[in-house]
Design a protein around this ligand. Structure first.
Ligand code: ADP
Ligand code: MG
Length: 240
């Protein structure tokens, strides 16, 4: 096999589809290939992550290349960083046009974990992140300029569904949609909510990424139904 393929094999990075983006070998290589904002870089350094996990080796550069993909890797393998870091790079600067990135997680707890990492990594930038997880809105009013200040949305399917159905949210500027823990989203019966969210993300440049800890056939079906020929990464599984 090629040297790149040998590297993938060594880290049990398997894939299907067209994958032209090479994995990185280290964080140093990632930051050489992509110039991150100084603040994000500093924040990242504070995490003291010495080397990328296998999913990060391949998914970080792939996400930065702005391709649609599905990534399956076991729980605890560092999937959050694999999309949060590229997201901050791709959004570049706050724009006040409304949400440009949206992350959907199956539970509030997971949403909070993602929010915490985003907060740490975005310190010293002007990005505004909305962590929208309560079952029902409290005092927040209808979409106003107030809401337009946000760049990134993290939410759960039920809450997001509520917002969309009551016309309280505008996802038309979302260019980066992440369905995290997609296997749990489906297991909990949120397929319909996911459809509603997808329908609300009307931007023509919308990129989609789906992360999952397991590979039930439903995940592949979902991916095929919402993306055009996505790359599918399978990482760290026995037969990968
Ligand atoms: P997953 O979503 O795959 O279950 P998480 O993104 O929640 O995994 O990460 C699991 C843990 O690993 C977190 O505590 C995170 O801070 C840590 N982690 C992520 N990437 C790295 C890395 N490159 N080096 C060390 N620890 C990491
Ligand atoms: Mg996760």
């Amino acid at each position: 096999p090629s040297e790149v393929q040998a590297f993938r094999d060594q880290h049990r990075i398997a894939y299907y589809g067209e994958l032209s983006v090479e994995p990185v070998r280290s964080f140093a290589m990632l930051f050489e290939r992509f110039t991150f904002k100084a603040a994000v870089r500093r924040n990242f350094d504070r995490l003291k992550f010495t080397k990328p996990t296998p999913i990060q080796l391949q998914a970080l550069p792939l996400a930065l290349a702005q391709q649609d993909f599905v990534a399956c890797a076991p729980t605890g393998s560092g999937k959050t960083l694999a999309y949060v870091l590229p997201m901050l790079h791709i959004l570049s600067e706050p724009q006040r046009v409304g949400y440009r990135a949206c992350i959907v997680t199956p539970t509030r707890e997971l949403a909070t974990q993602v929010y915490e990492l985003l907060k740490v990594l975005s310190q010293g930038t002007k990005f505004r992140i909305n962590h929208l997880v309560k079952a029902r809105p409290t005092q927040e009013g209808k979409e106003t300029d107030q809401v337009k200040k946000y760049d990134i949305l993290i939410s759960t399917p039920l809450r997001l569904m509520y917002e969309i159905e009551h016309d309280l949210i505008d996802l038309s500027q979302v260019q980066y949609l992440v369905l995290d823990e997609a296997d749990q989203l489906l297991e909990l019966g949120y397929l319909q909510q996911v459809d509603t969210i997808l329908a609300a993300c009307t931007h023509s440049g919308l990129r989609k990424q789906l992360f999952s800890a397991t590979i039930p056939p439903e995940i592949e079906d979902l991916a095929q139904s919402i993306m055009r020929d996505p790359v599918r990464l399978f990482i760290g599984f026995r037969n990968a």
